[in-house]
Design a protein around this ligand. Structure first.
Ligand SMILES: O=C1C[C@@H](O)[C@H](O)[C@@H](O)C1=O
Ligand SMILES: [Co+2]
Length: 293
C-alpha cells in the first residue's frame, strides 16, 4: 500500500471560475504545496506546457497525479471526444501522471445559474449506453498511455448519486473504467458518503478529500444556489474544517491496502480563504487525526 497525499490547485485558482485567484502563479502554488508538505497536485487549467511544468515540479520534488477532462460523449460523440482525450493523455504521460479524471458534462448545470440541489440532468437509457460504451473506449486509450481513467461523479451532472455511480460501474469494464471517490460531492448529493465507498471500493483508483460546512450547505439549499454560488458562499472546505468525519473512511482506505493518491480539494474564494492557511489546516488534520491514529 502506498498512499500519496496531494492538494489540488482549486483553492488557489479555479477552472470553473478562472477569474478567482488570477494573481496566484504556478510557482506560488507549487511552493505553497511544499510548505504544507504535500507530495503533489493535479494539473490546473492555467498550467504551462509539459517541459515547463516538469522543471518547476523537479525544483520542488513534486509530482502530478492527474487532470480533469470534461467529456461530452452524448453531445459530441465518441470520435470527437477520443481525439481531445488522446491529446489529454499525451500531456499527462509527459508529466508522469497516473490518472486521467473524466466527468461527462453533457447537460451539466455545473456552470449555469440553475439550482444545483434540484435541477440536475438525468440521462435516458440510450444516453447511458453512449456514456458507458464511450467511457470504456476512453479507458482503453488511457490504458495505452499507462494511465487509469477515473470517473468523477459530480453535483449537477447525470452521474451524481450513488445509484447513478452504481449504474455506471455495472455497465463499464473494471480494467478500463475506475472510480474517483469525492467525499464532498457524494456527501452533498446523498448524505451518506461511506456507503458509496463500501459498495465500490474495488473500483476506486483515485480519491478527493473535500469537506462540507453544514451551515453553508443548509443556507445554499434554502436559497436555491447554483453550484458556483454555493461554493462561493463557503459550502466546501478542507478536511478538518467541516462536517465530514474522515476517520472511518481513512480506516477503510488503509484496510483495503489502497495504492494511489488522496488529493485534498476544496474550492473556495482564495480572497476569502487563504489557500496556504487552508492547506496547513488540512495537513494538521491529516497528521493529527488520520495518520496519527
Ligand atoms: O474535482 C473537481 C474538479 C472541479 O472542476 C470541480 O468543479 C470540483 O467540484 C471537483 O470536485
Ligand atoms: Co473532486
Amino acid at each position: 500500500m502506498t498512499i500519496k497525499w496531494g492538494i489540488a490547485p482549486i483553492g488557489w485558482r479555479n477552472d470553473d471560475l478562472p477569474e478567482l485567484g488570477k494573481a496566484n502563479t504556478l510557482q506560488q502554488l507549487l511552493s505553497d504545496i511544499v510548505v504544507a508538505n504535500f507530495e503533489g497536485t493535479e494539473v490546473g487549467g492555467f498550467f504551462p506546457d509539459a517541459d515547463t511544468l516538469n522543471k518547476e515540479l523537479a525544483l520542488r520534488q513534486l509530482e502530478i497525479a492527474g487532470q480533469w477532462f470534461s467529456s461530452y460523449l452524448i453531445r459530441d460523440g465518441i470520435e470527437k471526444v477520443e481525439k481531445a482525450f488522446t491529446e489529454h493523455c499525451v500531456y499527462l504521460k509527459k508529466v508522469n501522471a497516473t490518472v486521467a479524471v473524466v466527468s461527462e458534462q453533457t447537460g451539466s448545470i455545473q456552470a449555469t445559474t440553475k439550482n444545483v440541489f434540484t435541477a440536475k440532468p438525468f440521462f435516458t437509457d440510450e444516453e447511458w449506453v453512449v456514456v458507458t460504451t464511450g467511457l470504456d473506449r476512453l479507458g482503453e486509450i488511457a490504458n495505452a498511455y499507462g494511465l487509469k481513467l477515473v470517473y468523477h461523479h459530480h453535483l449537477g451532472t447525470g452521474i451524481q448519486t450513488g445509484a447513478e455511480v452504481a449504474r455506471l460501474l455495472e455497465n463499464t469494464t473494471p480494467s478500463k473504467v475506475h472510480l474517483l471517490f469525492d467525499t464532498g460531492h457524494i456527501y452533498v448529493s446523498d448524505g451518506d458518503y461511506l456507503m458509496l465507498f463500501d459498495d465500490h471500493s474495488d473500483r476506486i483508483a483515485h480519491i478527493h478529500f473535500k469537506d462540507v460546512r453544514a451551515h453553508s450547505l443548509a443556507a445554499s439549499q434554502a436559497q436555491g444556489h447554483s453550484f458556483t454560488e454555493a461554493f462561493l458562499a463557503g459550502m466546501f472546505t478542507v478536511p478538518g474544517d467541516g462536517v465530514i468525519d474522515f476517520k472511518p473512511l481513512y480506516k477503510r482506505i488503509k484496510a483495503m491496502q489502497y495504492d494511489g493518491w488522496i488529493i485534498v480539494e476544496a474550492e473556495q474564494d482564495p480572497a476569502v480563504a487563504n489557500p496556504l492557511e487552508y492547506a496547513l489546516i488540512a495537513r494538521r488534520y491529516i497528521d493529527d487525526k488520520l495518520m496519527g491514529n
